[in-house]
Design a protein around this ligand. Structure first.
Ligand code: ARG
Length: 703
């Protein structure tokens, strides 16, 4: 039976692996056999001829990959979108293919230059003609998809390829008759997989194994019920047979060496148009301005990487390079994303980096009313640590109470518009909340190369330090602590019980006594073990002087809790003289406020421990207000909690023996945070020594 389907193919006279433009070609230069290639190609030709009509485009010397006619262009009806090859190695094929299409009566559309699109290698029609699947990520630029939609008047569904072995859509994706789909899911990002699953019902999706995928089983030619491919495993053949397809295997190993097989070697040039369907494309684009020391600080790289890593693509429309060391650069970047959802996630990252709309594109923020107390509208913008402004009625309004993971709530008061970060549970009916990602900008300090380098030696080098750098950080922290204390500033300490277990209690006590600490945040445990040490000389039953477990010591802390409960509070126990030293003692004595947040595993708890976590969070936030520096000492939970409440600009020092905790905290992308992987007791001891040096009067040695 011969169908009315036509295929365009190109004989392999000049075929060879001459260069490397995909991973399959690596190590294969001139390794394919001409004779075998001809033989394999002839067999394929023969099979096609038995099942369809075959047209031939003459091969051209010097263009070895021209055999892969799938990359000539994309045909629908009598219209073709000509390919624009990414690699110059193949660009020379374009005029020959163009000629063939024109000679055969097609209307040829050509994409703007520098907008790569590799034809039917990266764009596959649903076999029922309902829509076009279009790939991007390696050879084809996402921005070409809207052109396809426009010229072919069809809905385009963009799929992002993420495995470079499957660099063209047709290497891992093959729509079959009756709405079936043969594909290799790991070749796509999760967003694309979701899109596929939404469009193709489960019983129609045939996911193949990696073993079949690397044999190019998806690179198949489907004519009615036959499916021609290089090779298929028995289970795959059986699976296809179950749903009425017959696999014809024909070895194409010589072409695999160039990264192609059956489908790549053919172009279907009869694709029926469904008149009732029309263009639709969900690709969105937006142009941004980015300013600062873009190159010095690596900001431009970060921005572009982030766009691609999140599934978008970009075009740098303008770049004006600051010529002097101090002058800043500016870039205008067009960002495209396959859908609004992906766009939103890219943009919220870009906003964090300080990207802004072009002045002419500035728009008001989108607001939606709160209709249920404590619940924000679905699409609410999630706040970050960076100083943020939102545009309302054409004016930029500064957001108050900046913190991470909140919503931006707007209230209109007689005195004007107030914008503030609020926790979801705190939003109120009558307020509006910023949704989407329009009309939002963050104000970032410009980071220069000098500054980045200088920071290594000044305070704020972001990142994790260990070993030798501990001392360096200690020096910087000591210097800052002194400056803040002498200037009447505010230092907040979050501390876990490890501070006490590692012998850091006396040092922290001293810091408090000498006025370096303005608030203490922790849980039940730090207070319990601190008081245990003060009253019984042990911490979790371990004698702190001798370092050995004391008989019955594991009960010590319970006795302590019981005693404090009898007095009613830590302060009262201090007054009564029951507690005579330690961290909590110094807090009470020196009127340093503290908040102990409870948790499920607390023994007791102490009467001071706040077991209502909402109250505890509120109290933490209150004590943190206006902090200049936060010392986070070995408490993952409390430190992360604090990190989320703190806007950028507050110096954070996180000390923990576990690098994971330190990384998590210093990873806020804020240059003011620094992490130290070390024993916290040791850190505190070094810190005190250093402070001692800074405060002991200078005595000249006169002999
Ligand atoms: N060597 C060719 C290239 O890398 C192979 C093209 C395969 N074609 C395809 N439709 N997947 O461009």
């Amino acid at each position: 039976m011969t169908s009315q389907i036509r295929f365009l193919i190109c004989p392999p006279h000049y075929y060879d692996v001459d260069y490397v433009i995909n991973p399959w070609m690596e190590g294969n230069i001139h390794k394919s056999s001409q004779d075998r290639a001809v033989e394999q190609w002839d067999k394929l030709h023969h099979i096609l001829k038995e099942n369809a009509i075959v047209d031939i485009v003459p091969p051209e010397k010097g263009w070895p990959d021209m055999v892969f006619t799938a990359n000539a262009g994309l045909v629908l009806g009598k219209t073709v979108v000509l390919s624009r090859f990414l690699h110059k190695e193949r660009q020379g094929e374009e005029p020959y293919f163009k000629q063939w299409f024109e000679d055969n009566g097609y209307t040829v559309h050509e994409l703007p230059k520098d907008l790569p699109f590799e034809g039917a290698g990266d764009a596959l029609l649903d076999r029922e003609g309902r829509w076009l699947w279009a790939g991007y990520g390696f050879r084809t630029e996402l921005d070409s998809h809207p052109y396809l939609a426009k010229w072919l008047d069809i809905e385009v569904l963009s799929l992002r390829l993420i495995d470079e072995r499957f660099y063209h859509l047709d290497t891992c994706f093959c729509p079959l008759a009756n709405g079936y789909l043969l594909y290799y899911p790991p070749a796509f990002d999760s967003y694309s997989n979701r899109l596929i699953e939404m469009r193709v019902p489960q019983q129609k999706r045939i996911a193949i194994t990696e073993a079949d995928a690397v044999n190019f089983a998806c690179n198949a030619v489907n004519v009615d019920s036959i499916v021609v491919m290089n090779k298929a495993s028995e289970p795959l053949k059986a699976r296809l047979a179950e749903v009425g397809f017959q696999v014809i295997e024909t070895p194409l190993t010589e072409f695999l060496k160039a990264g192609g097989a059956a489908k790549c070697l053919t172009l279907r040039v009869t694709e029926p148009v469904r008149e009732e369907l029309h263009a639709n494309v969900s690709v969105e684009s937006r142009v941004f301005n980015l300013e600062g020391h873009l190159l010095d600080s690596g900001l431009i790289n970060r921005a572009l990487d982030l766009i691609v890593d999140n599934g978008g693509s970009f075009q740098v429309l303008n770049f004006s390079l600051g010529e002097q060391r101090q002058s800043t650069s500016a870039a205008e970047v067009k960002v495209s994303a396959p859908s609004h959802e992906v766009m939103e996630s890219i943009i919220s990252h870009l906003i964090d980096l300080g990207a802004v709309d072009l002045p002419q594109d500035e728009r008001d923020a989108k607001l939606e009313p709160v209709i249920q107390a404590g619940v924000a509208p679905d699409d609410f913008y999630v706040s970050t640590i960076y100083p943020t402004e939102v545009r309302i009625n054409g004016e930029w309004v500064k957001v108050q109470n900046q913190r991470m993971d909140g919503a931006i709530a707007i209230t209109r008061t007689p005195k004007g518009i107030v914008a503030q970060c609020k926790l979801l549970r705190d939003v109120e009916v009558g307020e509006e909340v910023v949704v989407d990602v329009l009309g939002i900008r963050t104000v970032r300090k410009t980071e220069s190369r000098e500054k980045r380098n200088a920071e290594e030696f000044s305070f704020m080098s972001s990142g994790v330090s260990s070993e030798r750098r501990v001392e360096l950080v200690v020096e910087q922290v000591a210097w800052e602590l002194r400056k803040i204390r002498d200037g009447g500033g505010k230092v907040v300490v979050t501390a876990g019980p490890v501070v006490i277990h590692t012998g850091g209690g006396e040092h922290l006590s001293k810091l408090i006594r000498e006025g370096y600490v303005q608030a203490l945040l922790g849980g039940n445990a730090i207070a319990v073990h601190d008081i245990e040490q003060a009253m019984m000389g042990t911490s979790l039953g371990v004698d702190m002087k001798r370092g050995v477990a004391v008989r019955g010591g594991h009960r010590h802390h319970l006795k302590v809790i019981n005693t404090i409960r009898r007095y009613g509070s830590i302060a009262k126990a201090v007054e009564a003289g029951v507690i005579q030293s330690g961290v909590m003692y110094e807090c009470v004595r020196n009127k340093v406020p503290f908040c102990l947040a409870g948790s499920i595993r607390d023994d007791g708890p102490l009467p001071d421990t706040e077991m209502n976590l909402i109250k505890a969070q509120t109290e933490y936030a209150r004590l943190l207000k206006g902090a200049d520096m936060i010392l986070m000492l070995s408490s993952m939970l409390h430190s992360i909690g604090v990190g989320n409440m703190t806007p950028a600009g507050v110096k954070m020092v996180c000390v923990d023996i576990n690098p994971a905790v330190v990384t998590k905290l210093s990873d806020r992308g804020s240059i003011e945070s620094v992490g130290v992987v070390t024993d916290v007791g040791l850190f505190l001891s070094l810190l005190l020594q250093q402070l001692q040096k800074l405060t002991s009067p200078y005595t000249a040695k006169v002999s």
